[in-house]
Design a protein around this ligand. Structure first.
Ligand code: NAD
Length: 260
């Protein structure tokens, strides 16, 4: 479906980003993968994606908290794969604490990685997309782009910011064959969620089991975690021609959470 196109997925060494990268490669897109992790493990992943799907895959170790590093990644994509046609802004981190105890450096890191990185990748990807008169920008936001939860001030602020960035850029490029959308998952059992369970338990003074049952799944009327495959499937659909009229949308995929 995407043969000859290049997709860049930030934070694709784990969780949702990895699932999206796999789905795009399976449809023939060349890939730039990015994210942290064990160097050998990432190289194994890169080679496996390339071999299994017969596509070119390069890895950028760029740190999404640093504008200069993002600039290097975008230059690498242009040099090696001719520019980014499908941009998936997925890298993200979380930190859970009451606002008055929220470490300022954690606030800065979350705003940089979860929000500002998407501004930088988008501004650097658009010239190529405009030249091609085709492009897809998909921002992996969150149900927290639409509603808040206590103790997640930075994350909720960043994700609401991503919704605003999505709508603004969508309007700016609407006549140029480029769509810009945000995908808003509910809870998906990835390392990001696993890691916040003990902190949430501490912040609320309850057990980890109670966090899963009474905090995480309590928000989702389906009482099911969203799966990586479901988020990848929606992302893939937004890249198709069938989805060409969907732009500036902030799309929930959260088991009914925000219908409350
Ligand atoms: P994850 O922790 O499994 O993966 C995060 C990825 O981002 C990893 O590849 C990591 O190396 C990368 N990353 C982190 N900091 C980085 C940095 N500074 N520079 C480059 N890469 C960096 O998390 P996930 O659950 O797959 O989350 C992916 C996205 O989905 C995030 O934006 C998250 O907010 C969003 N999301 C997740 C859930 C969920 O329940 N898991 C729900 C809604 C939204």
């Amino acid at each position: 479906m995407f043969k000859g196109k290049t997709a860049l997925v930030t934070g694709s060494t784990s969780g949702i980003g990895l699932g999206i990268a796999q789905a795009l490669a399976a449809e023939g897109a060349n890939l730039v993968i990015n994210g942290f992790g064990d160097v050998m493990e990432i190289e194994r992943l890169r080679a496996q994606l390339a071999e299994r799907h017969g596509v070119k895959v390069i890895y950028s170790p760029a740190d999404m908290s640093k504008a200069a590093s993002i600039q290097n990644m975008m230059a690498l994509a242009a040099q090696e794969l001719g520019g980014v046609d499908i941009l998936v802004n997925n890298a993200g981190i979380q930190f859970v604490a009451p606002v008055e105890a929220f470490p300022p450096e954690k606030w800065d890191a979350i705003i940089a990685i979860n929000l500002s990185s998407a501004f930088h990748t988008t501004r650097l990807a658009l010239p190529h997309m405009k030249q091609k008169q085709w492009g897809r920008v998909i921002n992996i936001a969150s149900a927290h782009a639409l509603v808040a939860s206590p103790f997640k001030a930075a994350y909720v602020a960043a994700k609401h910011g991503i919704a605003g960035l999505t709508k603004t850029v969508a309007l700016e490029v609407a006549e140029q064959g480029i769509t810009v959308n945000a995908v808003c998952p509910g809870y998906v059992l990835t390392p990001l969620v696993e890691k916040q369970i003990p902190d949430t338990a501490k912040a609320r003074g309850i057990s980890e089991e109670a966090v899963r049952r009474d905090v995480l799944l309590a928000s989702q009327p389906t009482k099911q975690f969203v799966t990586v495959e479901q988020v990848a499937g929606l992302t893939l659909f937004l890249c198709t021609e069938t989805a060409a009229s969907i732009t500036g949308a902030v799309l929930p995929i959260e088991g009914g959470w925000t219908a409350h």
